[in-house]
Design a protein around this ligand. Structure first.
Ligand code: NAD
Length: 487
């Protein structure tokens, strides 16, 4: 819907209807720095309306059979797939990522999320044990929890939102989703398909706006017993505080400071391009991106030379450019934050080998005010530096040498985060040994970002609480009850 000044105007989706809001936020096109969209600035009032709609829909939706709900999810997946190109264009414009990535990763994965959980819901089993000496049979049943609050970040907007909506509604819950205020467009587009897919009104409600206003209203609402959140650690802390008085069920998927450990027997032909991708894919704005690269000293110089050469070929371009590997960062504030880390590293005496402050960006005049930055490689940096400790969440990676296996495990674990690690070696025994000792919810060896959706996804330490995946998401979005029958 085009607004008065030709801007895209989004509306909340509550009880199956698009509803305008009293006030709106500006949303920017990261590749130009121009406002192109208005996002509802919702608050308590909209959350009350959404809770009412979700409460009314719950008894109906939760009484449908898993097969009936699965059919609806599959229809939704088909509808999204039919609009893949339109959704990819919108995601790329809204987030700044390349159109190629939106087309090949974000939107296909959103489609897959619905298909995957449509299938999963048909295959869960519960437990049963017997106590013959007491004449008892014990079994468990799982039931949906109620109204789920789903809060998602801006880096993989539709991909991560649907990773929550799909398992929540497959299990029979109704939901109130709050996408990031920076990237709300594809969530709004999703709402247009719900009715056609057969999702009853009130099952999926989407309320737009900022974290402190509408996010907190959702988290604090006493009738929303569970919150699934993906985002930053400080926000998770706030959500935990607000949920505490209500003892809410929480799933927290947070940031990372992910190490890549490269041993001297690594296959560099595969390792270098993959580590370039793991450092800079989606502008380095993926929670799983590598930001600390530990290289065994005997191959350190060779690795560094080849890695910097390859980084310089990782082209920054406007998101629609098919030859671009990287688009624009999400916002001006985020760009400045990412740049400030490079500045701090320089002030500490580290070397910036390529990228920020070393090379120059080549952009068309229309995109000069966009939030672009070159992929940047830092070296000669201490493990204690903030660039080696804090999540930068941009196209910046640090490369440092190590000598022994024992030493590198200790250094890799020496951060508060524990989300994803990669290990490169052709020694299978070493790969198993190191993977086991790393404090990380996910370890990829000789690869990166190959996802098996059945298995648990999530982080240790400050990277989160809980896991997502086929069984884990089902466990989270259901309550379990143990029933004992004496005969
Ligand atoms: P963020 O924490 O600023 O925001 C995430 C969401 O929370 C947004 O929708 C935001 O509006 C909302 N929010 C903010 N303050 C809130 C509050 N007080 N109450 C309720 N909701 C609130 O994070 P971000 O900047 O959007 O995303 C980047 C972060 O997300 C990074 O730390 C990244 O590592 C993390 N992330 C983690 C995963 C994972 O699966 N582990 C995936 C993607 C991103």
């Amino acid at each position: 819907m085009a607004g008065t000044k030709g801007l895209l105007m989004l509306e909340n989706f509550i009880g199956g209807k698009f509803l305008p809001c009293d006030s709106y936020l500006d949303s920017y096109d990261p590749s130009t720095g121009e406002v192109y969209c208005k996002v509802p600035d919702s608050g308590k009032k909209e959350i009350e309306a959404a809770v009412e709609a979700a409460r009314e829909a719950f008894p109906i939706w939760s009484s449908w059979s898993p097969e009936e709900r699965a059919q609806v999810l599959n229809r939704l997946a088909d509808l999204l797939e039919q609009s893949l190109e339109e959704l990819a264009q919108a995601e790329s414009k809204d987030q700044g990522k390349t159109l190629m990535l939106a087309r090949t990763m974000d939107i296909p994965r959103a489609v897959q999320n619905f298909r995957f959980f449509a299938s999963c819901i048909l295959h869960h089993t519960t437990e049963c044990t017997q106590m013959d000496h007491l004449g008892c049979l014990h079994y468990t049943v799982r039931t949906p929890v109620g109204i789920a609050g789903l809060i998602s970040p801006w880096n993989l907007p539709l991909y991560l939102l649907t990773w929550k909506i799909a398992p929540a509604i497959a299990a029979g819950n109704t939901v109130i989703a709050k996408p990031s205020e920076l990237t709300s467009v594809t969530a709004w587009m999703l709402c247009k398909f719900l009715d056609k897919a057969g999702v009853p009104p009130g099952v999926v409600n989407v309320v737009f706006g900022t974290g402190p206003r509408v996010g907190e209203a959702l988290v604090s609402h006493p009738e929303v017993p569970l919150i699934s959140f993906t985002g930053s650690q400080p926000t998770a802390e706030r959500i935990t505080q607000l949920s505490a008085p209500h003892c809410k069920k929480l799933s927290l998927e947070l940031g990372g400071k992910n190490p890549a450990i490269i041993f001297e027997d690594a296959n560099l032909e595969e390792c270098i391009p993959t580590t370039i991708r793991s450092s800079f894919a989606n502008q380095g704005e993926i929670c799983l991106c590598t930001s600390r690269i530990f290289v065994q000293r005997s191959i350190y110089s060779e690795f560094l030379k080849r890695f910097v050469e390859a980084t310089r070929k990782w082209k920054v371009g406007i998101p629609s450019d098919p030859s671009a590997s990287m688009g624009a960062l999400i916002s001006k504030a985020h760009l400045e934050k990412v740049r400030s880390y490079v500045k701090k590293a320089r002030a500490e005496g580290a070397q910036i080998l390529c990228g920020e402050g070393v090379d120059t960006l080549d952009l068309p005049p229309r995109n000069q005010a966009g939030y672009f930055m070159l992929p940047t490689v830092i070296t000669d940096i201490k493990d204690e530096s903030c660039c080696m400790k804090e999540e930068i969440f941009g196209p910046v990676t640090c490369v440092v040498p190590f000598d022994s296996e024992e030493e590198v495990i200790k250094r890799a674990n020496n951060v508060t985060y524990g989300l994803a690690a990669t290990v490169w070696s052709s020694d299978v025994a070493r790969v198993h040994r190191v993977a086991k000792k790393l404090q990380s919810g996910l370890v990829w060896t000789n690869c990166w970002l190959i996802r098996e959706l059945n298995l648990p996804f999530g982080g240790m330490k400050s990277s989160g609480v809980g896991r997502e995946g086929a069984k884990d998401s089902h466990d989270f979005f259901t309550e379990i009850k143990t029933i004992t029958v004496k005969h």
